[in-house]
Design a protein. Sequence first.
Length: 181
Amino acid sequence: MSGWAGLLRWLDDLARALLPAGLTLLLLLLAALPSGLPAGLPGLLPAIALPNLVFWSIFRPAALPPPVVFGLGLLQDLLTAAPPGSGVLVLLLAHGVAARWRRVLARQRFRLVWLAFAGIAAGAAVLGLGLQALLAWRLLPPAPALWQALLAIGLYPVLAWPLTRLHEAMRRAEAAAGHPA
């Protein structure tokens, strides 16, 4: 019986470890599906990826190590036909900023975390626009980057609510199993 219990515990640990990256991957793929919205709602994929990435970088940074963030950024670049590497760099830097400030942000109320996310989203949009302009060798209109930042900022509360519930359930499960949070 202890063999089954050990296997179930291992599977539970594995599921909790893979959930943040797997959920972000799933949401990216779902957002890439044809939606019937005008022009596929430009900027939706980065606006979905960034809130997920920042949330998990703050509350479970070990679940999204840089190689996983790299892979998610590359997938985002491929799904959006962005210059390869631009989304990778933006997501890696956003992950780094969120992970750097995680000890402060993880103890704050939602509004302050949302405000910090808004700053990260604005910086990510400006960086993404700058990288695309540099790679295209021309100035690009700022409206799409502004739209992407506003969409990400608006989606953060919608995504953070269920992500917070998942994170709390994972913490309760870990506490019950005797794992550190």
